[in-house]
Design a protein around this ligand. Structure first.
Ligand SMILES: Nc1ncnc2c1ncn2[C@@H]1O[C@H](COP(=O)(O)OP(=O)(O)O)[C@@H](O)[C@H]1O
Ligand SMILES: [Mg+2]
Length: 263
């Protein structure tokens, strides 16, 4: 087996609330190969977003290690971390809250290009147009305000922002959960295309197995802070081993939608 792009080992994180300690992550270990999608699925409150936040260095772990692109990711700090942040990007669910609502679409996309020095000077404007086209939006949208966009359009801008720094991993946390079914399908198709084209690895998080299976090569099932099952998408769905995986499979009325990732 080739070395994983991302390797998480023994990750733990507890929160204390009302004098009690809640283990949001309990000895979590996961690998993601370059260019592949790992779907992380589990009931609400099982610790998925905590895992995403620790990965993105927004929440500090209690224990465990993360190796990303061959480096000890949790040991990086200061300038070394800032320089590398563009390699791992994130798309959240609540798109309006993850933008400055008064920003323009062009401004949202220009910021990371400038900060991470992806392209310089006047070339940034052309790069913003290229990014918008790539996610299926007219380049003229650069001058629009974020508030004028629909939920699906905002999520396309969030995807464009995430890929602007040419990351090797993007974490999607319930990124399509709030979209209508037809719009969601289109966004999932875009993600699969972008992955094939650019070789980006995805950690695709959702409470909904039907969404996860559409894009994931492998699936990890989480239950109260622990990974209880991992395997390739087909085998987890056709022969779930854990109680949690069986419950998730049983909760999906119809698991016959196209498996986009398998084409
Ligand atoms: N900042 C926090 N302070 C206290 N408890 C938290 C915090 N963030 C998450 N938790 C708790 O950790 C557990 C996992 O939460 P979360 O990672 O958001 O789950 P999920 O994303 O799977 O719904 C839950 O019990 C949640 O209440
Ligand atoms: Mg969550």
């Amino acid at each position: 087996m080739s070395e994983a792009l991302l390797s998480i080992a023994g990750l733990s994180k507890s929160f204390s609330s009302a004098g009690r300690s809640v283990a949001a992550l309990d000895n979590v270990s996961l690998d993601i190969a370059a260019g592949k999608t790992l779907g992380l699925v589990g009931a609400s409150g099982c610790g998925k977003s905590t895992l995403a936040r620790v990965l993105l260095r927004l929440t500090r772990q209690d224990a465990g290690s993360i190796h990303f692109g061959g480096e000890d990711w949790l040991a990086l700090g200061g300038a070394a971390l800032r320089v590398r942040r563009g390699r791992m990007q994130m798309v959240f669910q609540d798109t309006l809250a993850s933008f400055n609502p008064y920003a323009s679409v062009g401004g949202v996309l220009d910021d990371p290009l400038r900060i991470h020095e992806v392209v310089k000077g006047p070339a940034r404007r052309a790069e913003v147009a290229r990014l918008l086209e790539r996610v299926g939006l007219p380049p003229a949208y650069a001058s629009r305000s974020i508030r004028e966009l629909s939920g699906g359009q905002r999520q396309r801008v969030a995807i464009a922002r995430a890929i602007s720094t040419r990351p090797s991993l993007v974490v999607f946390d319930e990124a399509v959960s709030a979209l209508d079914a037809t719009i969601r399908e289109k966004v999932l198709e875009l993600l699969v295309e972008l992955q094939k084209e650019q070789g980006i690895a995805f950690l695709f998080i959702s409470h909904d197995l039907a969404i996860v299976r559409a894009v994931s090569h492998d699936i990890a099932v989480m239950e109260v802070g622990r990974i209880v099952e991992t395997g390739n998408t087909g085998s987890v769905i056709s022969a779930p081993q854990s109680v949690a995986a069986r419950a998730l499979v049983a909760a999906v009325p119809r698991l016959v939608t196209a498996r986009l990732a398998e084409e």
